[in-house]
Design a protein around this ligand. Structure first.
Ligand SMILES: [Zn+2]
Ligand SMILES: [Zn+2]
Length: 218
């Protein structure tokens, strides 16, 4: 499984940083999914161009939750052959916007498979509904979160139905129960993670610095 961060609060090289998150996933069978789209379609489009990624390569777009810093860049990646997986609780406004671009919508409620090796936890949380991805990788299941509003602990609990957790990546928001990450083989705190430095310092052997441009083969 290959991962490439396209949008993050931090950036490598000549890529642009901005508050938001987006990560390209290439499955072992070569399926290309985009997880979230960052806040700005202009910045997402510019970062994609610099990395040589075309919008029509992306066949599936997964939106974690309906906050601007995750769905704002949608128009840079929508195309008529795209399929968009979003929590069923999304507003009609966003759903209509996607349909105007003729992309197909798949509403997500419970846990399930998206393509071989890539699963969704289903929408979790009470006030802010959010789905996270669970990826089958060489280090076990890798969880990919948007902002982790339902709480990283609740997301990890939900993800266990797919197998043992090998790593976590994405925005972890205010998550501070660092003990819970003990034993993981990869920890990649991105975007809105408040305790980024603390996580990096607690798990220096397995923590990886997140930034737009970051590439991982796991
Ligand atoms: Zn959010
Ligand atoms: Zn966010």
């Amino acid at each position: 499984m290959k991962l490439r961060v396209l949008y993050d609060n931090e950036a490598e090289g000549d890529l642009e940083s901005d508050w938001g998150f987006s990560c390209l996933i290439v499955s072992d069978e070569g399926r290309k999914l985009l997880f979230d789209t960052g806040a700005s379609e202009t910045i997402l489009a510019r970062n994609m161009k610099k990395l040589g990624i075309r919008r029509d390569e992306i066949e599936i777009i997964v939106l974690s939750h309906e906050h601007w810093d995750h769905i704002g860049g949608l128009n840079a990646v929508l195309h008529p052959d795209a399929v968009v997986y979003l929590p069923a609780s999304f507003t009609e406004t966003t759903k209509n916007e996607i349909e105007r671009n003729k992309a197909e919508i798949r509403e997500v409620l419970g846990p399930g498979d998206i393509v071989a090796g890539i699963h969704t936890t289903g929408e979790l949380g009470l006030s802010i509904k959010e789905q996270s991805l669970v990826l089958d990788t060489r280090i076990g299941d890798m969880i990919l979160t948007g902002c982790a509003h339902p709480g990283l602990e609740a997301i990890m609990d939900a993800a266990r139905i797919f197998g043992d957790i090998g790593g976590v990546m994405g925005g972890f928001h205010g998550f501070d129960n660092l003990e819970l990450l003990k034993g993981l083989k990869k920890i990649v705190p991105c975007h809105c993670t408040v305790h980024k430095t603390e996580i990096m310092e607690t798990y220096p052997e397995v923590a990886v610095k997140c930034a737009a441009g970051k590439e991982m083969d796991i």
